[in-house]
Design a binder for this molecule. Structure first.
Ligand code: BG6
Length: 486
C-alpha cells in the first residue's frame, strides 16, 4: 500500500546562529575578549589543511594583544552587527513564520574573564531584550551555552578545557543564565559540536596546541571536562527550570565504506564510532568500551575524579541535536581522491555533487543518519544546523535568485520527512545561518547561508543592509504549510 509521511503539528521550524558569528560589538558593554575574537581572516591560498583557519597559537595571541597585528582583520569581532540590529532581524524571522530561533549566549558577555563571581549585568540585559523581542512573535529561543567560544581569560590563565577548574566556571555561568532566563528559555544546548575539540582544540576547547605535549591527550582530557560540565548543566537546568529540555550537540559525520570490501566497511565503522563516542557518553551516560583500544593506541589517559562516572550516568541529555551538511567516505586504498569538508575531509564520493567549498551534498544521507541515531539512542532528535554555503549575486533590482539553496534545502527536508515516516522522533529543524553571517571555518562573509542577504564583504565593507532572497519566500511557504509545499 501507499504510505505518506507527515510533519508533526508542533514541529519547530526555524534557523540557527552563533553569537561570535553574528553579534559583532565585541567590546561593547563590558564584554570580555573571547577565543573567537582572536581568529583572523586568512586569504584562501594561505589556509591550512581542509581550508580551515580555526587554530590560533599562543604567539599569535600575544602578537594580537600587543597591537602588533594591526594589518589583520577579525570578522568575528564585527559579525553582522546583530547586537544593534536584532529587532529588524527578528522581525524578518517572524515574517518567515519561525517557530524557533537558535542562538548562543556569548559567555564573555556574562563573565568577561570567565572566573568572576558576579556576572556582567549589561551582558545579561542584552539577552533579556533579545528574548523579549522573540516572545513578541511567539518564537521559542533555543539557546546554546557555548558555541565555539569561551572567555580568552580562561585560555590564558587556566589553559582552557584541559583544566578541571573550568568545569566550575562553566557551571556557574550556566546556573546564572538558567536563573536569569528561566521564564523565557525552555530549550537549551550545552556545547556546540562537542566533537570539534578533536579537530580544532583551540576553537573547540580553548587549548593552545603549542602549550601541550600530546595534542590528542589534551583534546580528550578537555572533552572529558566538557562531558562532566555538560552533565552538571543538565542537572542544574532540570532543577532551576523543571519544564525545560536540554540537549547535546554533535557535528554528525556519517561515514560510508568506499566498497563492500570488509576492510573498507570496518574502517567506516571505526570512524563512525569515533563520531558517536560523544553522543554515546552524553545520551547513554558512559564511556563506550570501544574507546579503550583507541585510547591505548594513541597514548591517551583520561584523568577522572571518582564521582565523574556517576555524574555522567545520572545526568544524561533530554534530546540529541546535531548539525548535518555532508557525508564522508572511508577507504583503505592509498591513492583515493581526497575532498574537503566541515571539520574533516575524506575520500571523494562519485555519486555526490559538492558545494563550492568541496562539501559533498547528500540529502539521502540525512535520512540514513536520522534512522541510525534514532535506532541507537531512542531519544528525540533535533536537526539544529543544515544548509548550503554559496556565493550569491545581487541583481540590479536588489533580488537574489538562490535556486541552488532552495534545491539543497528542499531535498534535505524531503528526506527528513521520509525519516519521520520511518518512525524517527524529530523535534524540529533549524537551518544554519537564516541570515548571512561570518563563516566559522574560514571567517568569510562571502560564504553565505542565509534567506536574508547582508550587504557586507569579507573585509567588513558594506552598508549592512538586509535583503530578502528568493529562498526567503520559499521557506516562508514551507513553514506555512508545515512542510507540505516544498
Ligand atoms: C558548523 C558550526 O560546523 O558549521 C557553525 O556549528 C558553522 O558555527 C557551520 O558556521 C557552517 O560552517 P562554515 O565554516 O561554513 O561557517
Amino acid at each position: 500500500g501507499h504510505f505518506e509521511a507527515k510533519f508533526p503539528e508542533n514541529f519547530l521550524w526555524g534557523g540557527a546562529t552563533a553569537a561570535n558569528q553574528l553579534e559583532g560589538a565585541f567590546d561593547a558593554d563590558g564584554k570580555g575578549l573571547s577565543t573567537a575574537d582572536m581568529v583572523a581572516y586568512v586569504p584562501k591560498e594561505k589556509r591550512g589543511k581542509n581550508g580551515h583557519s580555526l587554530d590560533v597559537t599562543s604567539a599569535e595571541i600575544e602578537e594580537i594583544l600587543s597591537g602588533a597585528a594591526s594589518d589583520k582583520i577579525f570578522p568575528k569581532r564585527f559579525g553582522i552587527d546583530f547586537y544593534h540590529r536584532y529587532k529588524e532581524d527578528i522581525a524578518l524571522f517572524a515574517e518567515m513564520g519561525f517557530k524557533v530561533f537558535r542562538l548562543s549566549i556569548s559567555w564573555p558577555r556574562i563573565f568577561p574573564n570567565g572566573d568572576e563571581t558576579e556576572p556582567n549585568e549589561a551582558g545579561l540585559a542584552f539577552y533579556d531584550k533579545v528574548f523579549d523581542e522573540l516572545a513578541k512573535y511567539n518564537i521559542e529561543p533555543l539557546v546554546t551555552l557555548s558555541h565555539y567560544e569561551m572567555p580568552l581569560g580562561l585560555v590564558q590563565k587556566y589553559g582552557g578545557w584541559t583544566n578541571r577548574k573550568v568545569i566550575d566556571f562553566f557551571v556557574h555561568y550556566a546556573e546564572t543564565v538558567f536563573k536569569r532566563y528561566k521564564n523565557k528559555v525552555k530549550y537549551w544546548l550545552t556545547f556546540n559540536e562537542i566533537n570539534m575539540i578533536t579537530f580544532s582544540p583551540y576553537t573547540g576547547g580553548g587549548i593552545l596546541t603549542d602549550r601541550v605535549e600530546n595534542v590528542k591527550q589534551a583534546a580528550f582530557q578537555g572533552v572529558h571536562h566538557q562531558f562532566v560540565a555538560s552533565a552538571l548543566a543538565v542537572k542544574a537546568c532540570h532543577e532551576i527550570i523543571p519544564d525545560a529540555k536540554i540537549g547535546c550537540m554533535l557535528a554528525r559525520l556519517e561515514v560510508y565504506p568506499e566498497t563492500c570490501n570488509p576492510d573498507d566497511v570496518l574502517k567506516a565503522l571505526k570512524e563512525d564510532q569515533l563520531n558517536l563516542f560523544f553522543t554515546d557518553v552524553q545520551v547513554r551516560g558512559a564511556y563506550p568500551s570501544y574507546m579503550k583500544r583507541y585510547f591505548a593506541e594513541n597514548n591517551i589517559h583520561i584523568e577522572k575524579l571518582p564521582g565523574d562516572d556517576a555524574i555522567l550516568k545520572q545526568y544524561t541529555v533530554d534530546f540529541l541535536s546535531f548539525s548535518y551538511y555532508m557525508t564522508l567516505v572511508a577507504s583503505t586504498k592509498d591513492d583515493a581522491e581526497e575532498v574537503s569538508g566541515n571539520l574533516i575531509g575524506g575520500v571523494k564520493n562519485p555519486y555526490l555533487e559538492s558545494s563550492d567549498w568541496g562539501w559533498q551534498i547528500d540529502p539521502v544521507g540525512l535520512r540514513i543518519t536520522l534512522n541510525k541515531l534514532y535506532d541507537r539512542y531512542q531519544v528525540p532528535l533535533f536537526i539544529v544546523e543544515n544548509g548550503l554555503g554559496a556565493y550569491d549575486k545581487v541583481e540590479e533590482d536588489g533580488s537574489i535568485h538562490d535556486d541552488y539553496r532552495i534545491d539543497y534545502l528542499r531535498k534535505h527536508i524531503e528526506q527528513m520527512k521520509e525519516a519521520i515516516g520511518d518512525g524517527v522522533e524529530l523535534m524540529g529543524y533549524t537551518t544554519w545561518g537564516p541570515i548571512d553571517l561570518v563563516s566559522a571555518s574560514t571567517s568569510e562573509m562571502s560564504k553565505r547561508y542565509g534567506f536574508i542577504y547582508v550587504d557586507q564583504d569579507d573585509f567588513g565593507n558594506g552598508t549592512l543592509k538586509r535583503l530578502r532572497k528568493d529562498s526567503f519566500y520559499w521557506y516562508k511557504k514551507v513553514i506555512e504549510t508545515n512542510g507540505e509545499e516544498l
